[in-house]
Design a protein around this ligand. Structure first.
Ligand SMILES: NC(=O)c1ccc[n+]([C@@H]2O[C@H](COP(=O)([O-])OP(=O)(O)OC[C@H]3O[C@@H](n4cnc5c(N)ncnc54)[C@H](O)[C@@H]3O)[C@@H](O)[C@H]2O)c1
Length: 414
C-alpha cells in the first residue's frame, strides 16, 4: 500500500480553499507587539504655590519657558492678583485662558475651547506643559484636552478645591473626562498630570458646602482603608469644616496627608484600572447615576456620601459592621453636614445604577463594602431586595434625623 501523502497546511494549498484562507498560497504572517509605557506623575504638597518667590510652579513638568495657563473663572476672580504677579516674578512667558466651567458644562465643547487655545498659543508639544488651576471639573476638562491634543501633551495641575486636592491622589489624578449622554465621565482617558502641586491655602476661600463635599471624599478613604483617619475626622472634622482647614493646623495637615496617601496607595498598582477591584471605588457604585440624575442638586462628594450611607446599611445588615459602628458612620456624615439619603435612592434607580456599574466592572458587581471601620471587602451577590430594604431603612432614618435636627433648631439637608 502506498504511504499516505502529507497534507499541506491549509494556507499553503494554493487555489483550493473556499472561505477564510489565502488563495495566493502565501503564508499569513503577523506579530503581536506588547509594550509597557512608563508612567511618571508626581503629586506633592507645595504651600505658597503662587508666592512670586516660589519657583516650583514655573519649573513643574518641564524646563522654564512658555506656558498656557487655564484657570477656572471663580479662581481667577479670587486669586487674580497673585496669578498676574507670579509669571512676571518667575520670568514665565504665558497666556491665560479663563474658563467658567462647572458640572453642567463638563462637555466636549469645553474641551474644544481648551484645544483651540492650545492651537493658537503655539505651545510646543512636549516641553511646554499646560497649567490647569481650578477644581476637579477644570482638571478633568483640561486633562482630556491635553491627552487628545497631538495625541498627548503634558499638563500640570494645581487643585483649588478640597475634593480636587484629595482626588489628585486618586483615580481622578490619573483620569480625565467629560459627561456624555446620561452618564458622568463617560468620555475620558488615562492621562495623569506630569506634576500636581497641592496647596491647602486655596481652601481658605472655599464655601462651607464645597468643604463638606471634599470631606466626603476623605471619609471615603477613612471608611474603607484608614480607621485612624476616621478617628481624626470624628475628633476634628467639624472644626475643619467650620474653619476651612485654617485653624486646627496639625489635624488639618494630617487629615490631608493621610487622605492623599490612601488614594495614591490604591492607584499605584493599577493606574489604568486594569485591576478590577479597587477599594477607592467605594462610594462610586451607585453615585455616578444618582449624581447625574440629580444634577444640579447633589455635588459629587454628596452623591458619594449617599452611596456610602446606603452601603453602610447593607454592610451592617450583612454583619460586616456592628450596629454601633454603622451608627458612628451615619452620625459623622451628619456632623459633616452631608446628606445620607436622596429621593433617587429607590429600587428602580438603584437597580439601573447597579446594572451600569456591572457593565463598567466587566460583568461583575465587585462592590466594595466596609468591613469594620477602616477596611473593606468586595461582594458579588448583592440582590435587588437587599438594596430596596436598605434604601427603605435609610429613608426612614433620614426622616427621623430631620425631625430631631429640626427640633434641635439645626438647618438640615436631606
Ligand atoms: N475622574 C474621576 O475619577 C473623578 C473623581 C472625583 C471627582 N471627579 C470630578 O471632579 C469634579 C468635582 O470637583 P470639585 O468638587 O472640585 O468641583 P468644581 O470643579 O465644580 O468646583 C466647585 C466650585 O468651587 C469653586 N472654586 C474652585 N476653587 C475655589 C477656591 N479656591 N475658592 C472658592 N471657590 C472655588 C468653583 O468655581 C466651583 O464653583 C466632578 O466633576 C467629578 O466628576 C472626577
Amino acid at each position: 500500500m502506498p504511504a499516505p501523502s502529507a497534507v499541506p497546511p491549509p494556507t499553503a494549498r494554493a487555489g483550493t480553499c473556499r472561505t477564510g484562507c489565502n488563495p495566493t498560497g502565501a503564508q499569513a504572517t503577523g506579530r503581536t507587539v506588547a509594550t509597557a509605557l512608563p508612567v511618571r506623575h508626581r503629586v506633592r504638597f507645595v504651600p505658597g504655590v503662587l508666592d512670586p518667590a516660589n519657583p516650583a510652579l514655573a519649573r513643574a513638568g518641564g524646563p522654564p519657558g512658555r506656558r498656557l495657563v487655564v484657570v477656572e473663572a471663580r479662581v481667577r476672580e479670587l486669586y487674580g492678583r497673585l496669578l498676574h504677579r507670579y509669571p512676571a516674578a518667575q520670568g514665565v512667558e504665558h497666556e491665560t485662558l479663563v474658563l467658567p466651567v462647572h458640572e453642567q458644562v463638563k462637555t466636549m465643547d469645553a474641551v474644544f475651547r481648551v484645544a483651540d487655545r492650545m492651537d493658537s498659543s503655539g505651545i510646543y508639544r512636549r516641553g511646554e506643559p499646560v497649567i490647569a488651576i481650578g477644581g476637579g471639573v477644570l482638571a478633568d476638562v483640561v486633562g482630556l484636552a491635553c491627552s487628545l491634543y497631538r495625541r498627548s501633551t503634558p499638563f500640570v495641575r494645581v487643585p483649588t478645591t478640597l475634593a480636587a486636592l484629595v482626588d489628585a491622589g486618586a483615580g481622578a489624578g490619573a483620569t480625565t473626562g467629560v459627561d456624555h449622554g446620561r452618564h458622568g465621565n463617560r468620555l475620558g482617558t488615562y492621562h495623569p498630570a506630569a506634576d500636581t502641586l497641592l496647596d491647602p491655602a486655596f481652601l481658605a476661600t472655599l464655601d462651607r458646602r464645597h468643604l463638606g463635599n471634599g470631606l466626603a471624599e476623605i471619609l471615603q478613604v477613612a471608611l474603607i482603608k484608614d480607621g485612624d483617619l476616621f478617628g481624626l475626622l470624628e475628633r476634628h472634622g467639624r472644626a475643619l469644616l467650620d474653619e476651612g482647614f485654617r485653624g486646627s493646623h496639625r489635624a488639618g495637615a494630617e487629615v490631608l496627608t493621610r487622605a492623599v496617601r490612601g488614594m495614591l496607595q490604591d492607584l499605584q498598582p493599577g493606574l489604568r484600572e486594569h485591576r478590577p477591584a479597587r477599594l477607592t471605588d467605594y462610594g462610586h457604585s451607585f453615585s455616578p447615576t444618582v449624581e447625574l440624575r440629580a444634577l444640579p442638586e447633589l455635588l459629587h462628594g454628596e452623591a458619594v456620601c449617599v452611596d456610602m450611607a446606603l452601603t453602610t446599611v447593607v454592610a451592617q445588615r450583612r454583619g460586616l459592621l456592628d450596629p454601633e459602628q454603622a451608627e458612628r458612620i451615619l452620625r459623622l456624615m451628619r456632623r459633616l453636614e452631608l446628606p445620607v439619603w436622596h429621593p433617587l435612592v429607590e429600587p428602580v434607580t438603584l437597580a439601573e445604577a447597579l446594572a451600569d456599574t456591572v457593565r463598567h466592572r466587566d460583568g461583575r458587581q465587585r462592590l466594595p463594602l466596609p468591613a469594620g471601620i477602616g477596611s473593606g471587602v468586595f461582594v458579588d451577590d448583592l440582590t435587588d431586595g437587599e438594596l430596596a430594604g436598605a434604601a427603605r431603612w435609610l429613608r426612614d432614618r433620614a426622616a427621623a434625623d430631620r425631625v430631631r435636627e429640626e427640633h434641635e433648631g439645626r438647618e438640615v439637608r436631606a
